[in-house]
Design a protein around this ligand. Structure first.
Ligand code: XMP
Length: 516
């Protein structure tokens, strides 16, 4: 295990992912975690992440006390580098010359562990105000830039390394290689592979569930499908998958789960028809968090009811369904505030919306995984390509893509518009480039249009195509104008009540991907 100490601003997530891409398991921990607790996790190495603070600011996070006494190999990045230098007696100064974005770094020193053999000048991604002006005693300076006299240091005999730039971002030419070299120098074993993840999870699930029964909440999305397939592999017929048709689904979704998922996994599937129940519960509600709570609550009610029905039907009298399988991912856990006290941005319903008196124990086999890892696990388990690579879709479904009250008619409208956008993006071969493209119905907004010979007073939909690596941050996708034009034409021609199509050109942050 490599522990990534999170100094804030979401750099830690990306570092953890890159470490795992090097086949080494990594976990994010807060800087407030006592070193004794870190040691209990038996880490092979520590990485100190970047962060927004200045080491001089009051209350700025510090390197955990006693970390450098442990002798653990440690790699400081950006803020983590500065905090490390400060702790070990070097100098960090406000030089007045900050660097942001692409920068040329000289890394010519031939015998550097991190840079030896790489090009002597490379492009790196910088984002800092303060700079290190003197390395601590015993460290060699291995890189400089025009405005940063000490851009990287190392003391390989002590296993200590630091860089001012961000090796985890793709704009840094040899970033992953630099990270890989640190992991190698730290003696990390490369055991984090998909086969190992599957085997280990199957073992864990068997231990957790034993001879008991479980139900799995399928949403039609990748995460719950992979979670279900994993649990199916672990406990076979003790699992029943439940797919709730809550009426907030996209076109064709029920059919895909009924056909493809069952064919690939052999799982027992029960489709619960619950459109009326959800619509009734959502009547008159427009506040997003309220919608999420209601949808989460209705889901749980259905699972509890289904579990009782299963017990009633089964021959093995008294064999309760005690476990609920969910496809919760690592970023869900972190973003819902379950990680390190990070801000609660919105309650993703599979984490935040569970009632306190939940009648099940949760099985969350993907809780430690990032999306791309989940996809690779899905492939390893033999799920169909279309299912594994489909775009993410939120648990609360179209319910949080109608801005305003959710009604049957609005759902039908949005479903049609969404199907057109998906179809045209696929036709333009953009599925790989685009992370997802929510279509959002602004139900409370009306505008004037002219369609046929008459005046219309209809609603706009917003296209929200985004590119992202893990949904933690995202940029709006530069979809070709022609594709946008086709989507716009088709939606306004084919979907009644829509007379305007708008494009959302906001990144995340400051916006989120979904509108609610
Ligand atoms: P946001 O809107 O927070 O979305 O930028 C990040 C990613 O998460 C998806 N999302 C959800 N997924 N339950 C889910 O399973 C939810 O309640 C939920 N809300 C947002 C969203 O589609 C995007 O991929």
């Amino acid at each position: 295990t490599v522990l990534v100490v999170d100094f804030g601003a979401q750099y830690a997530q990306l570092i953890a992912r890159r470490v795992r891409e090097c086949h080494v398991y990594s976990e994010i921990v807060p800087p407030t975690m006592p070193v004794a607790d870190m040691l209990a996790k038996k880490p092979a190495a520590i990485i100190l992440s970047g962060g927004p603070a200045s080491v001089y600011a009051e209350g700025a996070p510090r390197v955990p006390a006693g970390l450098f006494d442990t002798g653990l190999p440690t790699f400081g990045i950006c803020y983590g580098f500065q905090a490390m230098v400060q702790e070990l007696g070097g100098t960090v100064a406000e030089t007045g010359s900050s660097e942001f974005g692409r920068t040329q770094a000289r890394t010519g020193s031939g015998d550097s562990v991190l840079f030896g053999g790489l090009p002597g000048v490379q492009t790196v991604w910088m984002s800092h105000g303060d700079s290190v002006t003197a390395a601590p005693e015993g460290f060699t300076t291995t890189s400089t830039t025009d405005s940063t006299p000490v851009a990287a240091v190392e003391a390989p005999d002590r296993g200590l390394f630091g860089v001012q730039f961000h090796p985890e971002v793709l704009h840094t030419d040899h970033g992953t290689e630099v990270l890989r070299r640190f992991l190698e120098a730290a003696g990390c074993r490369r055991t984090w592979t998909m086969v190992n993840i599957v085997d280990e999870q199957v073992e864990r699930i068997r231990t957790q569930i034993g001879e008991k029964r479980a139900i799995c909440a399928l949403s039609g999305g990748v995460d719950s499908a992979v979670a279900g397939a994993l649990v199916q592999r672990a406990i076979g017929s003790q699992l029943t998958c439940v797919f709730v048709d809550h009426g907030l689904l996209r076109k064709g979704e029920v059919e895909q789960v009924e056909k493809d998922f069952v064919a690939a996994t052999g799982a027992q599937l029960r489709v619960v028809e619950a459109q009326d129940q959800f619509l009734a519960a959502l009547e008159g509600v427009s506040e997003p968090e309220e919608k999420r709570r209601i949808i989460g609550r209705e889901f749980i009610r259905i699972f509890e009811r289904t579990a009782r029905e299963l017990v009633a039907e089964s021959d093995a009298a008294g064999q309760d369904v005690e476990f609920l399988v969910q496809g919760t991912l690592y970023p869900d856990v972190v973003e819902s505030g379950g990680g390190n006290g990070t801000a609660n941005i919105k309650s993703h319903h599979n984490v935040g919306g569970l009632p306190e008196d939940l009648a099940f124990d949760l099985v969350e086999p993907l809780r430690e995984l990032f999306k791309d890892e989940v996809r690779r696990v899905g492939e390893e388990l033999g799920l169909p390509h279309d299912m594994v690579w489909r775009h993410p879709f939120p648990g609360p479904g179209l319910g949080i893509r109608i801005i305003g009250e959710v009604t049957r008619e609005r759902l039908d409208t949005l479903r049609e518009a969404d199907a057109i956008a998906r179809e045209e993006l696929s036709r333009a071969d953009l599925d790989g480039e685009i992370w997802q493209c929510p279509v959002v119905l602004l139900a409370g907004v009306q505008s004037v249009g002219v369609q046929g010979d008459g005046r219309t007073y209809g609603h706009p939909v917003v296209l929200r195509p985004v590119s992202s690596e893990d949904a933690m941050t995202a940029d709006w996708s530069r979809v070709p104008y022609d594709t946008l034009a086709t989507i716009s034409n088709r939606i306004t021609n084919e979907v009644g009540g829509i007379n305007r199509v708008a494009l959302d050109v906001t990144s995340k942050p400051p916006a989120t991907i979904e509108w609610e």
